[in-house]
Structure formats: C-alpha cells, structure tokens
Design a protein around this ligand. Structure first.
Ligand code: DC
Length: 225
C-alpha cells in the first residue's frame, strides 16, 4: 500500500472550534498542525506594537518584508519571540480582520503556508485553506456554528484566561462584525470550498467533531494511516 501525502484543510468562521479540533486531529493522526489565523494575528500584533494603524494600508505593508513568522514545538514565533499569548489579546482580535484583508499580506502568508505544507503531512486551519492555500487538499472541511454559540465559547475561553471586563453581547457583536469583514472582503473571502464536508458544531462537543472528522478521513481509502 502506498502512503500518500496528506493535507487536510479546515475552514470556517471565528470561534467555530477549528483550531481546537485541528490540534486534536493532528495529535491523533500524527500530522503537523498549522494555525494560519495565528500568523495573521502575529503580523497584526507587530503592526500594533509598532504603533501603526491597522486600517492604513501603507503603514501595514511597511513591515511586510521585514517580518519573520515561524512555528516550532507548538509555539508561534514573531521575529524570534514566542507570541502565543499576546496574539490572543482582544486588541489583536479586533484588528486582525483589517490587516488580513490586504492582498499583499495574504500573498506573503499564503506563500509561507504552502511551503510549510510541501514536505509535511499537514492539517491547516483558516479561512481560505481549501479554496486558495491548498486547493488540492486530500480532505476539506468547513466547520461552523451559530454566532451566539461561538461568542459564548470565546467568552468562556477568555474568562478561563482571567480576562476581566468581559461583555458577552459585545463579544458576539465582534464575532458578527468579523464574519462580515471576512466573508465580504474582495481578496479570498471566507466561503465553503467546493467538495468540502460542512460540519455545524453548534450542538456538538469538540470530541464529537474530532471523531466525525477522523471517521471521514479514515473512511477515505486513499489514505493509509
Ligand atoms: O482563526 P482566527 O480567529 O485566529 O483568525 C484571525 C483572523 O485572521 C480572522 O479574522 C480572519 C483572518 N484569517 C484569514 O483571513 N485567513 C486565514 N487563513 C486565517 C485567518
């Protein structure tokens, strides 16, 4: 039996559980997990730390050739510094949709992501993975959930990280706003890739979604795991 190169694309809106699910599937199937949202977040963090305006295109692009974003041992590095926690701050979440809407930013990230997938069996999550980054992925999934449920999940996640000053309805509004920007932007808008399996996780636990994906992946007899 021949082993084939595995590439699994997971797309969907913010807070649908994509990254938690992808991480677990990666562990179970021994795949490399690549969180592409974390890359856009890292670049947004850099823009903010330099005091630049995320809504000013030329300010945002001024850093593009001078930025290094890598993954190692499950950490994300921005110019050599681990930024796992900083990229989850609210200020980054609020501004990342602006930064990720610029074609030049996307081009750079997509090139990096395609390189990462070239020589590894990967599971990658984001908004344009099955459509743009890995159009020939061996498996494509679109994971979604109702905005209210996604907001509730993000609220609990932030609460567990000891964030105070949280307002659930504001978080839900932010999520709806990000959905709107991500789905209507001109460059690689969020949409369901052709041939993707759509999973609505509103009433499912993380483990139920993980099991569902693995069932589909293993059910495909092209793959030897
Ligand atoms: O998945 P996330 O919430 O960490 O993503 C952060 C932002 O990055 C999100 O608003 C959309 C954007 N993004 C994107 O445009 N393309 C990707 N492949 C991944 C994320």
């Amino acid at each position: 039996m021949n082993k084939v190169h595995i590439s699994i694309a997971i797309d969907g809106p913010a807070g649908a559980g994509k990254s938690t699910v992808a991480k677990k599937v990666a562990e179970k199937l021994k795949l490399e997990y690549i969180d592409t949202g974390a890359m856009y977040r890292a670049y947004t963090l850099k823009v903010l730390e330099k005091g630049l305006d995320p809504q000013n295109k030329s300010e945002v692009l001024s850093l593009i050739d001078d930025t290094e974003i890598t993954f190692s041992n499950n950490h994300i590095y921005l110019d050599g510094e681990i930024v796992d926690d900083k990229i989850r701050e609210n200020n980054v979440s609020k501004n990342v949709s602006y930064v990720s809407s610029y074609p030049e930013v996307r081009k750079k990230m997509v090139e990096l992501q395609q390189k990462m997938a070239e020589n590894n069996n990967v599971i990658m999550d984001g908004r344009d993975i099955g459509t743009v980054v890995l159009p020939n992925a061996t498996h494509k999934f679109f994971i979604t959930a109702k905005p209210e449920e996604r907001g509730k999940r993000r609220y609990i996640e932030l609460l567990e990280k000891n964030h105070d000053d949280l307002n659930l309805s504001e978080i839900i509004e932010d999520i709806k706003k990000r959905d709107e920007i991500d789905s209507t932007r001109e460059e690689s808008p969020l949409r369901i890739p052709d041939n993707a399996i759509v999973v609505d996780s509103t009433n499912l636990t993380i483990d139920e979604v993980v099991d569902l994906l693995i069932e589909f992946i293993k059910g495909d007899n092209k793959i030897v795991l």
